[in-house]
Design a protein around this ligand. Sequence first.
Ligand code: HEC
Ligand code: HEC
Length: 413
Amino acid sequence: MNLLFIRSIDGRILMGITMFVGMMIMVGWVAINEEARMQAFVEQHTGRAIERGAELYASLCSECHGEEGYGAGDRAPGLNNPHLFGYDPVGLQTAAIINANRALVRLNKDIDNLLAELTDADNPPSEERQNEILAALEDLEAQVDEQDVGIEAAVAERVTVLESLDTAVDNGLFPLWDTVVDIEQTAVDEVEVYFVNNGTRLAQVGWSGDLRGYIITTLIHGRPGSGNVWPNSEGMVAWSQTAGGALRQDQIEDLAAYILNWDKGAGWASEDYISVAQYGKPLADGSLPSEPPPPPAGDNVPGILTRWAAEEVVGSAVSGELLYDQEFGCTDCHRDGASAPDTIGTFTRVTNERLTLPQFAGYSFEQYVIESVVRPGDYVVDSYSSGLMPANFGARMTDQQLADIVAFLMTQG
Ligand code: HEC
Ligand code: HEC
């Protein structure tokens, strides 16, 4: 106590400074420690979630997804898997090819413009300008060559990477790779689209959210029908209690934390691709969370016919009738012949009357109906006016739906 009783003014100032410094040290110590404590708390919390997730995983999931998450016995895809975590083994090469292709499109456009100017008979360029154009063309051609070399190098590099991952490719990484090699000989762009769409698991299934959301949604809803795609298991059931499953939401989140903890960030390597025993399949029997819709049939009649022949599209009259009556409301007009030719008798009318007209020489029933549906304006039935039948059905229905409708009309003798 005596020590604190300081009389001299100097002593008081000194005392004040000492106390102030002391306080700052204490505040600082608490602040630093508070942050560390928070961090430790968060880590502990996440650590505990991962631990609980690990226990749940071992007892409920490892049987199909494998003890270490590599997939087991052709029962389910690997989850401890760089493809699932978004690491595209040929992503850099694919990006290089796409960028080079973009550059090529621009260069070719510039070349076309210059050539048009050079050969413009109405407005021929001066000799000076001609020389300028020729020099520019030479320069552009050199740039085209440069891009071509770049593409070739990236394609070769991609082949090398994929060869080093042969085992993974055999295990289902890029499962359509064989088909793609075929396509590659005809259209390079399709190959690029293929790699962009299959580079990561989320791109492959068309999921636009993040991986955590994908895992949690899969766990909540399961994948109805996935047992058909993975015949050695019953498939992925809905795990959430809200969907009649066994798990609470917090347990589902613990499982997601455990799976996400497999992420190696930039540390994924080719060994990791090879460790995965089986990869996710691109089409799980229509049970994917957000499957992109099939493209519309369009209005190119010969194109539609060629596609149907190549893809062996076969229509179903039963679903065709439903589409005709309900989904597309064809019956609304084609009911009794008052506002449109009657549905009943379509087959006989088309074969006996329409197809005997000179402009339909060589047409099949199928071709006539497809044209009537997707290009109603091309031929307008006598006594009806043009423009009554909607012209946009080709954009609204898929090949399969159109084929179903044709099959149905074939039964309307
Ligand atoms: C009976 C076997 C089976 C069990 C048990 C099982 N799953 Fe699955 N799981 C599957 C199948 C099959 C798929 C693939 C579904 C598909 O292809 O559409 C799948 C898909 C998944 C996916 C999506 C993977 C991807 O690449 O699309 C996740 C995540 C997942 N399961 C997590 C779990 C977790 C966590 C558990 C434990 C609670 C579990 N699964 C239990 C069979 C199972
Ligand atoms: C708004 C009324 C309307 C709707 C809806 C409509 N059509 Fe038509 N359709 C017509 C009219 C009018 C004609 C005759 C004039 C013409 O050929 O453009 C016609 C002609 C046809 C023909 C040629 C018939 C023949 O005897 O030559 C076919 C086939 C046909 N429609 C099928 C369909 C189908 C399939 C749908 C539904 C996907 C449909 N139509 C929906 C009004 C309609």
